[in-house]
Design a binder for this molecule. Structure first.
Ligand SMILES: CCCCC/C=C\C/C=C\C/C=C\C/C=C\CCCC(=O)SCCNC(=O)CCNC(=O)[C@H](O)C(C)(C)COP(=O)(O)OP(=O)(O)OC[C@H]1O[C@@H](n2cnc3c(N)ncnc32)[C@H](O)[C@@H]1OP(=O)(O)O
Length: 218
């Protein structure tokens, strides 16, 4: 086993990285349920920490103490680093949020062409003026649409383009609804659309193209 220099993925010696195989492998939980529960609880705690930190006015001593505590945690994790296929972060595909803290947690059912979910952005994702950062909204759309596709019966694909329209300020700390759908499929191309709402207000919408990976494509 060696490591692909570009992606950090572990590969069989000399074998090129295969995106389809890697995505298919992600559909299996990376560990036993007890670890999944502990890991999910840990990432939820991390989300809470980031939201509180992003909203807190701390003093110099507090910042220095936090830095030292974080450095201690980082050094405890060094040596436990693994290649992408073996890592746990974001790979709990059987659980809402999938055990990551980059994107707010949501859940969509398996095997459907469209789905609605609720999502709440915390202060970690604030751009300014208590509006959600536009990049965080695009990231949610990319993740949600990619995940809807990954949960459908279609073969693995990758985002080719994603266009986001910001229609109204997206508020922080309140429940939003998001609707995602596969609008049509043409050969390897899948066209998708999504809408993010706060009550009756459309905050943002998006459309994008995902292209099915050919066998052996990274
Ligand atoms: C990274 C994994 C992503 C999927 C993960 C899904 C599930 C995994 C499970 C757990 C994780 C869960 C959720 C996560 C969800 C999402 C994560 C975020 C996803 C990403 O973060 S992913 C990173 C961003 N993404 C890229 O990193 C793509 C880089 N890129 C490429 O890898 C190639 O570019 C590719 C493969 C897209 C296409 O390349 P290709 O060579 O296979 O395709 P080709 O050129 O043959 O085009 C075929 C037909 O598509 C048309 N076409 C192509 N591109 C177009 C464009 N931009 N605009 C308009 N039309 C386009 C052509 O015009 C032609 O159309 P026609 O057939 O009609 O002529």
């Amino acid at each position: 086993m060696s490591t692909d220099q570009q992606t950090g993925h572990a590969t069989e010696a000399g074998a090129p990285f295969d995106g389809r195989a890697a995505i298919e492998a992600l559909m299996v939980a990376p560990g036993p349920p007890a670890l999944g529960s502990a890991y999910q609880a840990m990432t939820e705690e991390l989300r809470g920490f980031l939201d509180v930190l992003a909203g807190a006015a701390i003093d110099t001593e507090h910042a220095a103490r936090l830095r030292a505590q974080l450095a201690q945690m980082t050094s405890r994790l060094r040596g436990l680093e693994v290649g992408e296929p073996q890592r746990l972060w974001g790979h709990w595909t059987d659980r809402p949020g999938r055990g990551q803290a980059l994107i707010p947690s949501y859940d969509v059912p398996k095997g459907s062409l469209e789905a609605s979910a609720t999502v709440t952005f915390g202060r970690f994702h604030v751009g300014e003026n208590m509006a959600v950062h536009g990049g965080a909204i695009s990231m949610l759309f990319d993740d949600l649409l990619g995940w809807l596709l990954a949960r459908s019966d279609l073969p693995p694909s990758r985002t080719a383009f994603l266009t986001t329209n910001f229609r109204a300020v997206t508020p922080v700390g309140v429940e939003l609804t998001v609707h995602a759908r596969i609008t049509h499929v043409e050969g390897r191309k899948r066209f998708l659309a999504a809408e993010l709402r706060h009550g009756d207000t459309v905050c943002a919408d998006a459309e994008g193209l995902w292209v099915e990976l050919r066998p052996g494509q990274p």
